[in-house]
Ligand binder design. Structure first.
Ligand code: DGY
Length: 332
């Protein structure tokens, strides 16, 4: 970039036109209006000479890419999750990483409850049953499921979204809420959301419904596999709104098929957008295509926050939600 030219940025996927227009007030913008999924080599090629990139959570930013893109200074994710970023590699390369926390908390918690209700009350199965013309008479046990109100909700992962789910469970549905997390919340926060800390095994054995809200990392890979599913009640439901890979999808499909747990609701999948074929053939699972944050106001807020991070950092050195602020302290 020469002294008087504006910073150049790449927007990796199609986003709201007004966000592109806003970014264009500050930067030379290369956008992706057709929403092409660029092969990695093309993504790297398009990043040449760019100081910033607006990512949406699916673009891998690692040491190899950073070495090939020496002008890059910031990658702004339009997502709270950032397992597409190798943050230590970004820090080593002097590249700032930002995500979009806070703005999607309540919306994603709503989705957790939507899946929980749909799975426990067999809503999707019931709809398929009706549409298939199978509803010809009443039966005492037709599509009977499990209660959500008054039951025990087990939450694994107690960050912002976990706490928003706990509040819904405790205050809205009269649930007893237990949780497991890397670190225990301060007592006042536990009281505010009405949740009690327990070990993971106790949670799995006790909960009527288990909700996963833990970020993806090597450590959280397959937090729920065959051994964990075996601890759960046969009447239990499992909901994953966190990330693919937190659950061993093959083991879950088998547990559902064998009735070892009652039902599941999944918004995220290992290797998405591919879905494990066994999950597609079991009836007692509700499947949605990673739409946890997909409401108009929330997606707008997420995109605006990613844009604020690019503008804040590249024009004033002041990002809003940096993940590796040490990059700034190092003055790189
Ligand atoms: C996030 O923000 O991490 C969501 O999963 C994306 O919708």
């Amino acid at each position: 970039m020469n002294a008087c030219s504006r910073p150049r940025i790449l927007i990796a996927r199609a986003v709201f036109p007004e966000i592109v227009d806003r970014l264009a007030l500050h930067f030379e913008v290369e956008a992706n209006a057709p929403d092409d999924i660029w092969p990695r080599a093309e993504f790297i090629r398009r990043l040449q000479g760019k100081q910033g990139v607006f990512t949406t959570g699916g673009e891998r930013i690692d040491a190899e890419l950073l070495a090939a893109c020496p002008d890059l200074r910031i990658c702004a994710n339009m997502a709270v999750g950032y397992n597409n970023f190798d943050v230590p590699a970004m820090t080593a390369a002097g590249v700032l990483a930002t995500n979009a926390p806070g703005v999607l908390t309540e919306t994603t918690a709503d989705m957790g409850f939507a899946l929980l209700m749909a799975a426990a009350r067999r809503v999707a199965e019931s709809e398929h049953f009706l549409r298939a013309g199978k509803w010809d008479r009443w039966a005492y046990d037709m599509l009977i499921g499990q209660d959500v109100h008054g039951s025990t909700l087990g939450i694994i992962g107690m960050g912002r979204i976990g706490q928003a789910i706990a509040r819904r469970g405790a205050l809205g549905f009269g649930m007893k809420v237990i949780y497991h997390n890397r670190s225990r919340l301060p007592e006042a926060d536990e009281a505010a959301v009405g949740a009690r800390y327990v070990g993971k095994d106790e949670l799995l054995k006790t909960a009527d419904h288990v909700m996963l809200v833990v970020p993806y990392s090597k450590e959280s890979h397959h937090t729920i596999g065959a051994a964990e599913l075996a601890l759960m009640k046969p009447t239990a439901t499992l909901v994953n709104i966190a990330r693919g890979g937190i659950v061993d999808d093959a083991a879950l499909a088998q547990a559902l098929r064998e009735g070892r747990i009652a039902a599941a609701g999944l918004d995220v999948f290992e290797g998405e957008p591919r879905v494990h074929p066994d999950l597609l053939t079991v009836p007692n699972v509700v499947l949605t295509p990673h739409i946890g944050s997909a409401t108009v106001p929330t997606r707008r807020a997420m995109a605006a926050l990613a844009a604020d991070n690019l503008i804040g950092y590249l024009t004033q050195g002041k990002p809003v939600t940096p993940l590796n602020p040490e990059v700034m302290a190092a003055g790189t």
